[in-house]
Design a protein around this ligand. Structure first.
Ligand code: ZN
Length: 66
């Protein structure tokens, strides 16, 4: 099974559809999947940063109180 195939069958990381791509870096079957996945990741990142921001704020507040 060491044939060097250029075209790969890949499962879309967003919707799970199988698609074919020449690049091993391809993760999504279409641009809209890529965009939606990026938006979702971006939103998750924002939520994570918001939590960290609030944690830092409370840390500062606690330090001021102590
Ligand atoms: Zn897809």
């Amino acid at each position: 099974m060491t044939t060097k195939r250029k075209i790969r069958k890949i499962e879309c990381s967003h919707c799970g559809n199988n698609f074919y791509a020449k690049s091993t870096l391809a993760k999504y079957c279409r641009v809209s999947c890529q965009t939606q996945a990026w938006r979702h990741a971006s939103r998750s990142r924002q939520e994570q940063l918001a939590h960290e921001y609030e944690a830092e704020l409370s840390e500062v507040t606690n330090k001021d109180a102590a």
